[in-house]
Design a protein around this ligand. Structure first.
Ligand SMILES: [Fe+2]
Length: 250
């Protein structure tokens, strides 16, 4: 989710949508919740109060240092697991769904075009083993740029996790599916925020930077606000039975 418009539609619509669709658990990628490029403790707490059970982050995690001490303490806001082992915070967590079922959420950063400190495939097997020791339902937020890497990770984890949901590119992909082993997957859940934009940023500013190669200060756009995501149904063993994209206009 992206900037003030994204936060506004989450605050206004997420609780009602959870009720309407019978959602037991909700994870939100919040790395761009503040000004479209970071998140701080106050906004993270607000998101958790607005219907998110867990907040995941991504490549913008350290844009503001203030998040470090917060992540060191937080059990509900996690950062990618494959960052430096010397950085604060946790890369996965377990939180209860509405009916008490434990749900593990694992946050990973892609390697292609992002250059994560540690490759996701180096750490994912051990992370999934650890998560499965604590919960049968396991959701992986794979924050990555390349669809090839996202599809590959989903295939690699098929049958071992409930879902692999891609974030980071802000454009919802048309590939929501359940893989043969029972893992739900979508390459990108989309963007909750202003779609009259270039992935959230005022279009003229993004275009000016691309046309000139010169520094341009980005500002979040405001129009065309949508809430986007994916709804996954699974059984008590964590096997997915459906995966559907969600798109709600403001
Ligand atoms: Fe990102």
């Amino acid at each position: 989710m992206f900037g003030v418009p994204g936060r506004r539609i989450v605050e206004e619509r997420l609780s009602g949508l959870r009720e309407e669709l019978g959602i037991d658990f909700c994870a939100v990628n919040g790395e761009n919740a503040a000004d479209g490029d970071h998140v701080g403790p106050r906004i993270a707490d607000k998101l958790l109060a607005s219907g998110a059970d867990v907040i995941t982050l991504g490549n913008h995690v350290w844009r503001r240092a203030e998040i470090g001490p917060y992540l060191a303490e937080s059990e509900r806001t996690i950062r990618p697991a494959n960052l430096s082992s010397n950085s604060p915070g946790r890369g996965w967590t377990v939180a209860p769904a509405a009916d008490g079922t434990p749900v593990a959420v694992v946050n990973l950063l892609g390697h292609l075009f992002i250059d994560s400190p540690v490759g996701p495939f180096e750490v994912v097997d051990e992370l999934v083993d650890q998560a499965r020791n604590r919960a049968k339902v396991v959701l992986v937020d794979f924050h990555a740029e390349a669809t090839s890497e996202k599809v590959a990770l989903a295939r690699w984890l098929d049958g071992r996790v409930t879902a692999v949901v891609g974030t980071h590119t802000h454009v919802q992909t048309n590939d929501a599916r359940v893989l043969p082993g029972g893992t739900a997957a979508i390459s990108d859940a989309g963007m909750t925020g202003p779609h009259d934009s270039v992935i959230g940023v005022q279009a003229d500013l993004a275009i000016a930077r691309m046309r000139t190669g010169m520094p341009v200060r980005f500002k979040p756009a405001e129009g065309g606000v949508r809430l986007e995501g994916a709804v996954i149904e699974c059984d008590g063993d964590g096997r997915a039975s459906s995966c559907e994209p969600v798109r709600v206009e403001e």
